[in-house]
Design a protein around this ligand. Structure first.
Ligand SMILES: *Cc1c(COP(=O)(O)O)cnc(C)c1O
Length: 388
C-alpha cells in the first residue's frame, strides 16, 4: 500500500478519533523518522514519549528479539523471568516494594485507583473512597481515568461518570477545599504533559505530601509521561524529594511496546491480595524484556546528559523571536507562542521536524539519546517556523 491508498483507507476503516498529521510513518533510525515518500524528519515526539531511545534502537531490539525467540506470551498464572527482572529493577531504582504490570498508562492508573480505595477500605471501612486530582490533569481514557482527568472537555457524552473524584486548583488551598473525611488519595502529575507541560511547583508538592501523610491519604504520582528518565530524573518526583505511596508509569518504559506499571511503596505493599486485580496481557515477557533493557540504561550519566540537553534546548528556544515562554524539565519541553500550536506543528512537519502539541503549547519529547547536531537541526527549524 502506498500513501494514496493508506490515507483514504485509514479514514474509511479506522475509528474517527484522531486528527492525524499528514504523514505516513514508514521507518526510522535513532532520532530520524522516514515517511512513505522517503522524506526524513527529526523526531521530537517519539510517539508521545514512547520510543525513548529513538527508533530501531539496537539494544532494545536485541532484548526484544531474544525474548521472542523464547516465548512471546506467558499469562499471569505462571512465573516468568523478564517480568520479575523488571519489577526488581524498578524496586531497586525507586524503593518501591511491589509492582503490578498492565499494558498502558490508563491501566496503571486504574490499578492505582483500586489500590487507594482498598487501602482505605481495609483500614477505615467503606465511604473513604474519594480521590483528589488537579484541574487540568490528564490520567487516561478509560471511564475511571477519564473521570480522574480534571478537564471538563473530557467529561462530555460518556456519563454517568464514576463517583468519588474531586478536582482541585493546583495550590494547597485548592487541595484543602476538596478534602474531606471521605478522601483516600491525591493523584498528581509532577509535570502535567497533555495540558501543556506544566511543571508543578516543588514547594506546593511537598506541602501536599505533608498534608497527605498527616491524614493517611495516599499520594499517587502519575509518571506515565514524565517518568523513566524523561525529565533528567528516573522519576520526576525525585526532583522535589517526594515520597509518594504509589507511582504509575508507562509510555517510555517499554521503549515502544505497550506496558504500564503501578509501583506500590511501603504503605500499600500488601493492599492487593489474590483475586483483587489481574490482566491477561499485562507484564508480557517481550514488553518486559525490552523494558529491562531501557531501565538498565537510565543511569546517573544518562540522567545528567538529559538535564544538560534539556537546558541547552530550553536556553536556545527561549531566545527565538515570538517565544513567550518555555516550560518543562529535562527533555520534556513546552513552548508557548502567540500562534496556535497545531499550526506551528504542521509547519515544522513540512520542514522535516516532528513535534507534538499540548493545549496551546508546542511540546517536545525527543529521544533521550538525541545528538547535539540533531538538536541544532531541530532548533534551526523551530526558529524558522516560530520567528516568522
Ligand atoms: C498518556 C498518559 C496517560 C494515559 O496513558 P495511555 O497509555 O494512553 O493509557 C495517563 N497519564 C498521563 C500523565 C499520560 O501522559
Amino acid at each position: 500500500m502506498d500513501r494514496s491508498q493508506i490515507i483514504p483507507d485509514d479514514k474509511k476503516f479506522i475509528a474517527n478519533t484522531y486528527a492525524r498529521f499528514d504523514i505516513v510513518v514508514k521507518e526510522g533510525h535513532g532520532s530520524k523518522i522516514v515517511d512513505s515518500e522517503g522524506k526524513e524528519y527529526i523526531d521530537c515526539a517519539t510517539g508521545i514519549g514512547v520510543n525513548i531511545f529513538g527508533v530501531n534502537d539496537t539494544v532494545w531490539k536485541d532484548a526484544v528479539t531474544a525474548q521472542i525467540d523464547k516465548v512471546q506470551h506467558v499469562c499471569n498464572l505462571y512465573y516468568s523471568e523478564p517480568q520479575v527482572e523488571l519489577a526488581e529493577l524498578l524496586c531497586e531504582k525507586t524503593g518501591a516494594k511491589k509492582v503490578f504490570f498492565g499494558n498502558s498508562g490508563a491501566e496503571a492508573n486504574e490499578c492505582a485507583i483500586k489500590v487507594a480505595r482498598k487501602y482505605s477500605y481495609d483500614k477505615y471501612g467503606s465511604g473513604r473512597h474519594e480521590i483528589i486530582t488537579l484541574k487540568n490533569s490528564f490520567h487516561g481514557r478509560t471511564i475511571a481515568t477519564l473521570t480522574a482527568t480534571g478537564q471538563n472537555e473530557f467529561h462530555k457524552y460518556f456519563g454517568p461518570f464514576l463517583e468519588g473524584f474531586r478536582y482541585a486548583e493546583p495550590n494547597l488551598n485548592g487541595i484543602i477545599s476538596e478534602y474531606s473525611e471521605k478522601t483516600c488519595a491525591v493523584m498528581i502529575e509532577v509535570i502535567q504533559g497533555e495540558s501543556g507541560v506544566n511543571a508543578l511547583d516543588g514547594e506546593f508538592l511537598r506541602k501536599v505530601e505533608r498534608f497527605c501523610k498527616e491524614r493517611d491519604i495516599l499520594l499517587i504520582c502519575d509518571e506515565v509521561q514524565c517518568g523513566n528518565g524523561r525529565t533528567g530524573y528516573m522519576y520526576a518526583y525525585e526532583a522535589h524529594g517526594l515520597h509518594p505511596d504509589i507511582v504509575t508509569t508507562a509510555k517510555g518504559l517499554g521503549g515502544g511496546l505497550p506496558i504500564g506499571a503501578c509501583m506500590l511503596f511501603d504503605k500499600c505493599e500488601r493492599t492487593l491480595s489474590f483475586g483483587d486485580h489481574g490482566t491477561t496481557f499485562g507484564g508480557n515477557p517481550v514488553a518486559c524484556a525490552g523494558a529491562v533493557s531501557i531501565v538498565k540504561r537510565i543511569d546517573k550519566d544518562l540522567l545528567l546528559e538529559v538535564q544538560g540537553k534539556g537546558a541547552y534546548l530550553k536556553k536556545n528556544i527561549s531566545m527565538i523571536k515570538n517565544v513567550k515562554g518555555v516550560s518543562g524539565m529535562g527533555l520534556m519541553i513546552g513552548i508557548e507562542t502567540d500562534r496556535p500550536a497545531r499550526e506551528i506543528a504542521e509547519k515544522c512537519l513540512q520542514r522535516g521536524l516532528i513535534v507534538l502539541t499540548a493545549h496551546n503549547k508546542v511540546r517536545l519529547l525527543p529521544p533521550l539519546n538525541i545528538t547535539k547536531s540533531e538538536m541544532d537541526e531541530a532548533l534551526g527549524i523551530l526558529k524558522e517556523v516560530i520567528s516568522q
